[in-house]
Design a protein around this ligand. Structure first.
Ligand code: COA
Ligand code: MG
Length: 292
């Protein structure tokens, strides 16, 4: 992410494409993005009807909230038809589930290119299989080539727990090493990366703790399953007031006439380098875009 292309993705809400009541709420929700789901949240018998709704849902959408559609895996009986039908509606992103290798991204990208789908339709990828984690560096590398369309990773923590057999504990101790590896890969590829869901949507205290942890781990935002999770996620993934105050102090200090030509200065007894100035400017620019 560069500052001028920054889009907040603090709160990314799944909505099953089969749930009309939930879908009707999209315009009223304060989330940064929604993922309309055609995959795991939709039963096989409802898949086709759900797909047929996408064009109507995307028509007349507001730019405020990114609209992403999660399709079924390309290897499944619905995947290819999903991809082409959804692409016609030109969502901000198409989320590919169960990817394992760079080829899975390239294949989807080729199908979009072959069908003259505009470049603005990006690919997002669920990282939820052991293979994807083992290949994550090579997959993330695609992010360095805009032609790949790859733009964002989403951690699929429920599927990862299921596929690996780890115990899903409240402190996520067994998941954390993999999640950190995912964040590292995303940064290497210049990609955004969204933390996994918290299933217990009634426990908002635990949810706030998990958001704070995700933000500290370097995630850009959190995957959500319920509207009650939007506000705490937006708060946790916005720059904190103290960090903004510190960023302003660093910017102001480097702007003083005596510091203009200096690479490193002292501020309140701490060493501050120009890399901190760059970091401060990025944070302030983000806050301005969010409106914090
Ligand atoms: N998006 C938008 N609105 C949602 C929503 C969602 N993901 N989840 C719930 N709502 C709405 C409900 O429609 C309900 O609306 P109402 O007040 O007009 O009746 C309101 O929020 C309160 O919902 P609530 O009764 O608390 O929850 P529920 O029992 O209806 O639904 C879930 C609980 C978990 C089934 C539902 O939140 C859900 O389907 N979440 C997404 C699951 C998903 O997509 N999983 C796949 C990816 S992990
Ligand atoms: Mg999954």
């Amino acid at each position: 992410m560069t500052v001028d292309t920054y889009r907040p993705r603090r709160s990314v809400l799944y909505i099953p494409a089969s749930n009309d009541k939930a879908l009707a709420k999209i315009g009223t929700l304060a989330c940064d993005a929604v993922i309309i789901d055609l995959e795991d949240a939709v039963l096989a018998a409802d898949k086709k009807a759900a797909r047929d709704k996408i064009a109507g849902l995307l028509a007349g959408r507001e730019k405020r909230c990114e609209m992403v559609v999660r399709i079924n895996a390309l290897a499944s009986e619905w995947g290819a038809d999903d991809l082409l039908a959804v692409a016609k509606a030109e969502p901000d992103g198409i989320l590919l589930p169960k990817i394992g290798t760079p080829r899975d991204i390239l294949e989807a990208g080729d199908l979009l290119d072959d069908n003259s789908v505009p470049d603005g339709v990006k690919l997002w990828a669920m990282v939820e299989t052991p293979r994807a984690l083992l290949n994550i560096g090579a997959i993330a590398e695609l992010g360095r080539d805009p032609a790949s369309r790859l733009n964002c990773f989403v951690a699929g923590t429920n599927d990862l727990a299921k596929a690996t057999g780890i115990l899903a504990t409240p402190d996520r101790r067994y998941l954390t090493p993999w999640l950190m590896q995912l964040v590292l890969a995303a940064r290497a590829g210049g990609l955004d990366v969204i933390d996994g869901v918290a299933n217990d949507f009634r426990d908002l205290d635990a949810f706030a703790r998990e958001c704070a942890e995700g933000a500290a781990m370097g995630f850009d935002g959190k995957s959500l399953i319920h509207p009650a999770q939007i506000e705490p996620a937006n708060r946790a993934f916005s720059p904190p007031a103290e960090a903004l105050a510190e960023a302003r102090a660093i910017r102001d200090a480097f702007a003083r006439p005596e510091n203009v030509g200096r690479g490193v200065i002292a501020l309140d007894g701490r060493m501050v380098e120009r890399l901190h100035l760059a970091q401060a400017e990025k944070l302030l620019a983000k806050a301005a875009i969010i409106g914090a």
